[in-house]
Design a protein around this ligand. Structure first.
Ligand SMILES: [Zn+2]
Length: 159
């Protein structure tokens, strides 16, 4: 026996790149056609076209925190649980795959250094995420207060 035991799988994979790619693609298609997650054999979430719950969280972690890992996914799932499945700002119930989105408290445009900071994210309703965008959080609150105050004044709707 030599020091370097050949890695037969790696060797096989190198020699059969196209075949493996085809195999993986077909397996993916098969899983999707059976209502399963694109990445594993778990059932898809009822409101997702691609993912089981675990892979949905991993996918958000990848796209929003730059961390495409199980660890990142588990962190976000835990954060969701710690918020009791409610929007950080409105307290409304939110649902993964429907209206749960990950907000960066300090917007990524203005604070790119905090794009992947775990302390800088929270789960919010998609409406809030659309409204807030890259507005500083204090300004966002002022806007919400101004809207609420104006709505309370008579005359807005002509009544
Ligand atoms: Zn999955």
């Amino acid at each position: 026996m030599g020091k370097h035991k050949p890695n037969y799988f790696k060797e096989y994979a190198r020699k059969n790149k196209d075949r493996l790619r085809r195999y993986q693609r077909d397996a993916k298609r098969k899983r999707l056609s059976e209502g399963k997650c694109v990445h594993c054999s778990q059932e898809r979430m009822p409101n997702s076209n691609s993912f089981c719950k675990k892979h949905w969280f991993i996918n958000v972690s990848g796209s929003r925190l730059g961390c495409y890992t199980l660890k990142g996914g588990l962190f976000l799932e835990q954060l969701f649980k710690s918020q009791e499945g409610k929007c950080f700002y409105t307290g409304w119930e939110i649902t993964p795959g429907i209206n749960a989105e990950l907000d960066h408290t300090l917007a990524t445009n203005t604070h790119p250094q905090h794009k992947n900071t775990k302390d800088n994210v929270q789960w919010v309703h998609s409406y809030v995420n659309k409204m807030k965008r890259d507005i500083p959080v204090e300004t966002f609150f002022s806007v919400c207060e101004a809207i609420t105050a104006k709505l309370k004044k008579p005359g807005l709707t002509g009544t």
